[in-house]
Design a protein around this ligand. Structure first.
Ligand SMILES: CC(C)(COP(=O)(O)OP(=O)(O)OC[C@H]1O[C@@H](n2cnc3c(N)ncnc32)[C@H](O)[C@@H]1OP(=O)(O)O)[C@@H](O)C(=O)NCCC(=O)NCCS
Length: 178
């Protein structure tokens, strides 16, 4: 176990997660603003798990937390952290299975990860970049106190179209007083 909340356990991925990961990444609504296309094959999920399962969460680069429901033991989603800038800043991303959206699980998991980074690990800043149409993700970040810092207009060519990117961030000093 790496991190926990009242309802959630945040841990490394393991091979038993691959089918659930492939299932939620295969939902077109989940994949819409993400880097993969739906359907997401089981083989890709197995490779993802094999690549990420043994990474050190404190090293620079991406680490993926698998988010498990305490009461069911089911995989609900994941939170990604990309540490950079000599470990002083991190980018985050998050994905939850449709069946487990709308219950506050993602806010609870992302909030726990951000607290870990800013308070327990002493990072300076955590940031996220979203497709500007991704309203649920924007709402999640605003609920947690992230500041909308910018809109990059038609800045990314993504899945056959130019898209707008919304930038969000929170500083450790802001998190401490929120
Ligand atoms: C982004 C994503 C994780 C957000 O999921 P979500 O279900 O909206 O977020 P939460 O789990 O925190 O749930 C919050 C919602 O549950 C409601 N809710 C119900 N019970 C709740 C509780 N006990 N506590 C908090 N919120 C609760 C909230 O009111 C909120 O609804 P609202 O946004 O309509 O006001 C999800 O939409 C997703 O996986 N999208 C696809 C992947 C993606 O695009 N990721 C972003 C790339 S960075």
């Amino acid at each position: 176990m790496l991190l926990e909340t009242d309802r959630l356990l945040l841990r490394r991925f393991h091979a038993g997660d691959a089918a659930a990961l492939a299932a939620y990444r295969s939902d077109p609504d989940v994949a819409r603003y993400q880097s993969w296309d739906a359907p997401y094959p089981l083989g890709d999920a197995l490779a993802f798990v094999a690549e990420t399962a043994h990474l050190d969460p404190e090293r620079e680069g991406w680490f993926q937390y698998a988010v498990e429901g305490r009461d069911t033991g089911l995989l609900l989603g994941d939170v990604g952290v990309n540490r950079g800038d000599g470990g002083r800043q991190a980018e985050i991303g998050f994905t939850f299975a449709p069946a487990f959206q709308g219950r506050g699980y993602a806010t609870e998991a992302v909030g726990r990860v951000v607290r870990h980074l800013l308070v327990e690990e002493g990072l300076h800043r955590v940031h996220a970049s979203l497709d500007a149409r991704n309203e649920r993700s924007a709402r999640l970040l605003e609920r947690l106190g992230f500041r909308r810092e910018g809109l990059l207009v038609r800045a990314s060519y993504w899945k056959g179209e130019w898209t707008d990117d919304l930038l969000y961030a929170v500083l450790a000093s802001e998190w401490a007083t929120s």
